[in-house]
Design a binder for this molecule. Sequence first.
Ligand SMILES: Cc1cc2nc3c(=O)[nH]c(=O)nc-3n(C[C@H](O)[C@H](O)[C@H](O)COP(=O)(O)O)c2cc1C
Length: 362
Amino acid sequence: MPNVFGKLFTISSWGESHGGAVGVVVDGCPPNLSLSEADIQPELDRRRPGQSDIVTPRKEADQVQILSGVYEGKTTGTPISMLVFNKDARPGAYDEMKTKFRPSHADFTYQEKYGHRNPEGGGRSSARETIGRVAAGAIAKKILSAASSVETLAYVRQVQGISMSDDVAINIDAIEANSIRCPDSAAAEKMIDLIKQVRSEGDSVGGVIECRIRNLPIGLGEPVFDRFEADLAKAMLSLPATKGFEVGSGFAGTALKGSEHNDSFENKDGKVRTKTNRSGGVQGGITNGEEVVFRVAFKPTATILQAQDTVDTKGENTQLAARGRHDPCVLPRAVPIVEAMANLVTLDHYMRQHAQNRLFSF
Ligand SMILES: Cc1cc2nc3c(=O)[nH]c(=O)nc-3n(C[C@H](O)[C@H](O)[C@H](O)COP(=O)(O)O)c2cc1C
C-alpha cells in the first residue's frame, strides 16, 4: 500500500497539485475526541502557499472539510476523511514541462516508472500532497497534547550558509515571529534577505530544519526495525526535497571519542536522567525520556527560472527555464510538515507501546 503510513494510527494521502482536491483518510483515531475543522485549520494556515513574501505566491485558502468519522463534534472511531479543494491551479504554466524534464525534479523518474503522468504543478510530486499529512498531524497533535503534554516544535536552523545561534530560546512565539520560522531573529533577518536575493536571480536555496519532541514518555519505539529514530527518518525522508536526516549528535558526533560522546546517567530528583543529550533522546531505538532532537536537510528548490540543460521525452538534448509559481526556499512551509510527521510517528508508537506493554498485566 504505497500511499499509507503508520501501523495503528494510519494515514492514506491522495490528490495531485492541479487535480480537484487533495486529502487524507485517517484510520485508528480513538473515539470521543472532540474534533472540528478549527483544530486542523491553524496547522494548514502555517503550511499554506502565499502566506508571506518569501514563499510561492499561489493563492490557496486551503480550507479543510471533515467528511467522515466525526458525529456531534466528536470522533466516532471510524475513518476520518478530510479534503481541501485546489482553487488556484494554472496548468498552462506547465505546458513545456509535459515534454521537458525539470532537472532534479520527479518528472523523469515518474515518466520512466509509469509511462503516463500528470505534469500539471508536478502532479503527485507536488508538496500539495503534504496537506493531508498536516491535517492528520493536527489530530495526532491534539491527542498527544491531551494524553501526555507532548510538544513538538520544528524551526529553521540553517538556510544555505546562515545558521541560527545555539543561545536563543526555542518556543512557538519565537518561531512564528518571522516569516522564515527561525527562533533567532537576527539570523532570520539574514536568511530572509538571502531568499529574496536568490529569488530575484531566478534561483533557490535549501537548508536545515531542526525538530524537538518534548515531554515524551520513556519506552516509545521498537528495538530492531521500527526504532523510534528509524521511523522518524522514514517519515522525514518521505517528504519532498529532503536529502538528509540526523538525530542527536548526528554526523558531528563522529568526530568525538566515546568518552566525550557518552551521555552519563544521573539520578535527578528521583528520576534517571542523562547529563547531556547526544543520543537525541533515543537509545537502543527506544525513547529514554529526554528531548528527542533531530535535523532534516532540504535541498534548494528544483524548479528555478534560469535556463538549464535537460532532455525531452524523446531523449533529445534541450534547455528549460521554468515558469509557474515556486518556493525559492521550501523551508518556512516545511516546518509544520516536519512537525506533523513527527506527531504521526509519536502517536503511532504511543499506541503501539500501550497495546503491547500497558494493556495487560499478568
Ligand atoms: C513545502 C514544500 C514546498 C515545495 N515547493 C516546491 C516548488 O515550489 N517547486 C519545486 O520545484 N519543488 C518544490 N518542492 C519540492 C518538490 O516537491 C520535490 O523536489 C519533488 O517532489 C521531487 O522530489 P525530491 O526533491 O525529493 O527528489 C517543495 C517541497 C516542500 C516540502
